[in-house]
Design a protein around this ligand. Structure first.
Ligand SMILES: *[C@@H]1O[C@H](CO)[C@@H](O)[C@H](O)[C@H]1NC(C)=O
Ligand SMILES: [Ca+2]
Ligand SMILES: [Ca+2]
Length: 286
């Protein structure tokens, strides 16, 4: 009888100790993480260094979070710490489940996907030769436009003739909207203010701003097909002339649009268009 009680007591004591130790470690982990992230300054003497090191070594999650925090992975990829302790981008295991139909996209292969994450995850799997790749054609998949795939009507000559004007209007309105929302960098805000004051600068300044904005990766004063994505993808489903329009902008067919070509296809004169891209691009808009 007595023996039985002894066991119960021993078990209870053990449990209590584990819970206490666990709680202590949890608090310590939190503290160490805060210090590592620079959110809290802790006088060294108040923290047992060995305890802190133990936490960092034990708690691999804290370490991994920290290694991956500064790493940026492309669409469909996520950061993971490999066995050598190096943070690397790998194809995502799962994309967040997407129930919002507005997140659907149409790929360049005219297939509707639930989200861009799903498409880029598949491209990642195919590029890395993973078994999860269902068809090698996805090596070169990208988002063609937002929304489900649909029949994009032909752009008629009349519509095409009117399109540069519509585009100029649209660009200026977007620029003005960004200025109102304080989302323009000071450099481009100056261009916007000038356009508001002087009607003759309206189209040109908006065109220059958008060109500089698109020419981001790399910033080489020409806009590649890839760099056109931010205007092509949202507009393609709505404006069926955007694709022929953009194709036409690259007058010499070298796959890049220069500022001169951009100005010309927006029907601006050469005098109106000058390179005013800010070289300090760290406070870039959009
Ligand atoms: C793309 O898919 C849509 C919907 O399935 C279809 O209506 C359209 O004709 C297709 N477009 C092309 C270019 O094949
Ligand atoms: Ca560029
Ligand atoms: Ca060109």
């Amino acid at each position: 009888m007595q023996f039985k009680w002894l066991i119960v007591l021993a078990v209870a004591a053990c449990l209590l100790l584990t819970v206490e130790a666990h709680e202590k470690k949890r608090k310590l982990t939190k503290k160490v993480k805060k210090i590592v992230d620079g959110k809290e300054e802790q006088p060294v003497e108040q923290l047992d260094i060995q305890d802190a090191i133990d936490v960092l070594l034990d708690d691999e999650v804290a370490l991994k979070d920290n290694l991956c925090a500064k790493k940026h992975c492309g669409a469909g990829k996520e950061c993971r710490v490999n066995e050598n302790g190096v943070a690397e981008c790998v194809c995502m295991d799962h994309c967040p489940e997407e129930k919002d139909p507005r997140r659907m996209i149409c790929s360049n292969q005219n297939e509707t996907w639930n989200s861009d994450c799903e498409l880029y995850r598949m491209r990642c799997l195919c590029k890395s030769g993973s078994a999860g790749c269902v068809d090698p054609k996805y090596d070169h998949a990208h988002v063609e436009y937002f929304g489900t795939c649909r029949e994009v009507p032909q752009c008629t000559p009349d519509e095409m003739a009117d399109f540069p004007r519509r585009m100029r209007d649209w660009l200026f309105n977007v620029m003005r909207d960004l200025a109102d929302r304080h989302d323009l960098s000071p450099h481009f805000l100056k261009l916007e203010r000038e356009a508001e004051k002087d009607n003759s600068r309206r189209w040109a300044n908006a065109a220059i701003w958008k060109f500089c904005d698109l020419d981001g990766h790399p910033h080489d004063r020409k806009v590649s097909r890839h760099e056109l994505f931010p205007i092509r993808a949202p507009l393609l489903a709505l404006e069926h002339c955007i694709q022929p329009f953009l194709d036409g902008c690259d007058a010499d067919n070298d796959h890049f649009i220069t500022l001169q070509e951009w100005g010309k296809c927006l029907e601006l004169t050469e005098e109106e268009i000058e390179d005013k891209c800010d070289d300090v691009r760290d406070e870039n808009s959009l």
